[in-house]
Write a protein that binds this ligand. Structure first.
Ligand SMILES: [Zn+2]
Length: 165
């Protein structure tokens, strides 16, 4: 496999392999970069993936996703800084039955079925979408909005004075 982001999840977890890498948002799937919230589609996202096995001999992948990506403020539609730094553990199950069983026993658990080839990109994509705030906003849009108006537009009184000349 030449693409390092394509892994065999069973081998990866079994051998406690590790992988790190990064993408720009626009290198990911359309369902990510086309999301209305992103103010800059060139934002860089980095990840680390660590395979392992827990006490119950269940295989897992620990995924950490980090990024500093400006989002679009849902109140004033100007960029608002957003820092993503999330880790999740994804358990790997050989069949649907054991996956369902584990999910029933623990509703916090994240699990997926083993597959021969797993694209790490899709894990990172899911994690980004899950981590997005419900409605990103500045704490105080008013101030920055006023700054912008004052800088971009001439003083209305100056304009009036000009008309009178
Ligand atoms: Zn705002």
């Amino acid at each position: 496999m030449s693409d390092p982001n394509l892994i065999d999840p069973k081998v990866f977890a079994d051998e406690k392999q590790a992988l790190q890498g990064g993408f720009r948002l626009d290198e990911l799937d359309e369902r990510v970069w086309s999301h209305d919230f992103f103010a800059d589609r060139k934002s860089a996202v980095s990840f680390t993936l660590q395979g392992g096995q827990d006490r119950l001999h269940r295989l897992f992948l620990d995924l950490t996703v980090k990024a500093e990506m400006p989002l679009v403020c849902q109140r004033c539609i100007k960029p608002v800084p957003f820092e993503l730094n999330d880790t999740c553990r994804i358990f790997l199950f050989a069949d649907e039955e054991s996956l369902d069983e584990a999910m029933l026993a623990d509703d916090e658990l994240e699990g997926m079925l083993l597959q021969d080839v797993l694209d790490v990109r899709s894990l990172v994509e899911d994690q980004i979408l899950i981590a997005l705030p419900y409605s990103p906003r500045h704490e105080d849009c008013g101030n920055s909005a006023l700054d912008e108006v004052n800088r971009d537009k001439p003083n209305p009184f100056a304009v009036l004075a000009g008309l009178k000349k």
